[in-house]
Design a protein around this ligand. Structure first.
Ligand SMILES: NC(=O)c1ccc[n+]([C@@H]2O[C@H](COP(=O)([O-])OP(=O)(O)OC[C@H]3O[C@@H](n4cnc5c(N)ncnc54)[C@H](O)[C@@H]3O)[C@@H](O)[C@H]2O)c1
Length: 417
C-alpha cells in the first residue's frame, strides 16, 4: 500500500510545525518519525506523523508487546488515506508503544509516553483509543496531565474549549439501542454500512445476504449488531477461541450479551444447534461477505484460496496481505479497503469536533450511512464495470480530495466551534 498523494515534503523535521501551515509527505514517506524510550521500563514508543493539514493530524495510540515503528508507520499512512477519503481537514498520524497492555506497569508507561509527546498532543496530534488502549484510559491519562481529553489539540483551538468538550463528551456518551454508547458502536456501524453498500451494488436482497465475521469485539460486534438489525444473516462469527456457525443465521444480540471484556463469547451458554468450528474456519465460510474484524494480515497467500465470499470488507487494519489481494482480484473477489470500510469512527469523531453532528445518534447514523454507502458504491461500480480494484479507486479518490483541499487554500486554520 502506498501513500495516496505525492507532494514534496515541506516539513521542518527538527520540531513541531507552525499551526496553519500545510505540510505533506512524499508518496510513502511520512513527515516525521519519533522514537521514545521509557526511562523506567526501557519500553519503546513511537509517533509517526504522516501528514499535517492546517497543523493537525489525527490517529489513535496503540499498546501491544512487539509493536514496531514500521507497524505504526503503516497505520499512520492509513490514517492519512482515511482523512483524505472522507474529506476531513486534518492529516494522519499514529502512536504505538511496545509493551504488554495487561502488565501492571502499562498505565505508567502510557502516561510517560503522553508526557513525552506533550508538545505534539498539546497543539498538533489528536489521538484516541486503539488496540490495548481503551478511550476511558487515555482520557484519564490526559486529565492527569492537565490536557482534559484525548481530542485536546483540536478542542484547545475552539473559541470556547469547555463548551466544545461538553459537546464532544455528550456525543461520545450518547446511548444507543443495545445498551452501548454511540462512541463505542459508530465504527462498527460504518463497517455494516460498507457491507450493505456492497449488497446494494450487486442488487442482493438483504434477507438473502450472508456474512461471516472474524472478531466480535468493538468493531466486529458493532458491525454484526447493525447487520443483524438490517436483516442480513450473520452465519459465522469468530473470536480468539473459535468460530461459531449456523447456516440460518446466528442470534447476534444474544451472542453479544455473552461476551467478556476481551470480546470472547462464553461457550457454555451458546445454543446446542450452533456449530463450534476451529478459529480459522471463519475464513472459508460459505457466505456472501467476509469481514475480517480482528487481526491484521488475516488473509494471506496461504489461506486466500479458502475464501468463498464474493467480497471482503476490511474492518481490521491491514487485514489482507497485498499478494493475497491481487490473487483474490484475479479470482473476481474485490476487497473494500480498511481506509474506507473502517473509517467511520475517525470520520465521525471529526464531524463531532466540527459540530456537524451532535448527541442525537440518528444524525450521526444518517451522515455515516450516506457517506459510507456512496463511497462503496463508487468503488464497486468501478470494479463491476472496469475491473478496477477498490483499493486503487479509493487511493485515487483520496488523492483528488487532497488536491482539491490544497487548491482551495487549506492554509486557513481549521475552525472548531
Ligand atoms: N476500535 C476501533 O475504533 C477501530 C477503528 C478502526 C479500526 N479498528 C481495527 O479493527 C480491528 C479490531 O479492533 P477492535 O477494537 O474491534 O478489537 P477488540 O479487541 O475489541 O476485539 C477483537 C476481537 O477479535 C477476536 N480475535 C482476536 N484474535 C483472533 C483470531 N486470531 N481469530 C479470530 N478472532 C480473534 C477477539 O476475541 C475479539 O472478539 C483492529 O485491527 C483495529 O485496529 C478498530
Amino acid at each position: 500500500m502506498h501513500d495516496p498523494w505525492g507532494h514534496t515534503s515541506t516539513a521542518n523535521r527538527t520540531g513541531a510545525p507552525e499551526p496553519g501551515v500545510e505540510q505533506t509527505a512524499r508518496r510513502g514517506e511520512p513527515l516525521l518519525r519519533l522514537t521514545w524510550t521509557d526511562p523506567v521500563t526501557g519500553a519503546h514508543g513511537y509517533l509517526v506523523v504522516h501528514t499535517l493539514v492546517s497543523g493537525l493530524a489525527t490517529g489513535g495510540t496503540r499498546m501491544r508487546k512487539g509493536c514496531t515503528m514500521s507497524e505504526v508507520e503503516d497505520l499512520a499512512r492509513g490514517m492519512s488515506a482515511k482523512t483524505a477519503t472522507f474529506e476531513l481537514p486534518v492529516g494522519g498520524a499514529k502512536g504505538g508503544i511496545d509493551f504488554d497492555p495487561k502488565d501492571p506497569a502499562a498505565v505508567g508507561v502510557l502516561e510517560r509516553f503522553c508526557q513525552a509527546m506533550r508538545p505534539w498532543l498539546d497543539a498538533h496530534w489528536v489521538t484516541a483509543e486503539d488496540l490495548g488502549v481503551p478511550q476511558h484510559l487515555i482520557d484519564e491519562v490526559f486529565e492527569r496531565l492537565g490536557l482534559g481529553q484525548s481530542y485536546h489539540a483540536a478542542i484547545s483551538r475552539s473559541a470556547q474549549p469547555e463548551r466544545t468538550l461538553r459537546r464532544v463528551t455528550a456525543g461520545l456518551n450518547a446511548p444507543v439501542p443495545g445498551g452501548l454508547l454511540l462512541g463505542d458502536v459508530i465504527g462498527g456501524y460504518g463497517v455494516a454500512q460498507a457491507c450493505l453498500g456492497a449488497a446494494y451494488a450487486w442488487g442482493w436482497d438483504t434477507d438473502q445476504t450472508t456474512v461471516a465475521m472474524q472478531g466480535i469485539g468493538t468493531m466486529g460486534g458493532g458491525a454484526a449488531w447493525y447487520l443483524h438489525e438490517a436483516g442480513i444473516r450473520v452465519v459465522a462469527v469468530a473470536d480468539a477461541a473459535g468460530t461459531l456457525y449456523h447456516p440460518e443465521g446466528l442470534d447476534i444480540p444474544a451472542l453479544l450479551d455473552l461476551r467478556d471484556s476481551f470480546g470472547e463469547i462464553d461457550r457454555s451458554q451458546v445454543p446446542e444447534d450452533v456449530q463450534r468450528l476451529p478459529r480459522n474456519a471463519v475464513i472459508s465460510t460459505d457466505a456472501d461477505i467476509l469481514v475480517p474484524a480482528a487481526i491484521s494480515y488475516a488473509i494471506t497467500p496461504e489461506n486466500e484460496a479458502d475464501v468463498k465470499a464474493k467480497v471482503i470488507v476490511e474492518a481490521a487494519n491491514a487485514a489482507t496481505i497485498p499478494e493475497a489481494e491481487a490473487t483474490l482480484a484475479a479470482r473476481g473477489i474485490p476487497v473494500i479497503p480498511d481506509f474506507i470500510a473502517n473509517a467511520g469512527a475517525a470520520a465521525w469523531a471529526w464531524w463531532l469536533l466540527l459540530g456537524q453532528v451532535g448527541a442525537d445518534p440518528a444524525d450521526s447514523f444518517l451522515r455515516l450511512r450516506t457517506e459510507m454507502q456512496s463511497r462503496v458504491s463508487l468503488l464497486l461500480a468501478q470494479w463491476i464495470v472496469d475491473g478496477v480494484p477498490p483499493r486503487e479507486t479509493g487511493e485515487g479518490l483520496a488523492d483528488s480530495n487532497r488536491q482539491a483541499l490544497i487548491a482551495s487554500g487549506e492554509q486557513t486554520p481549521i475552525v472548531i466551534p
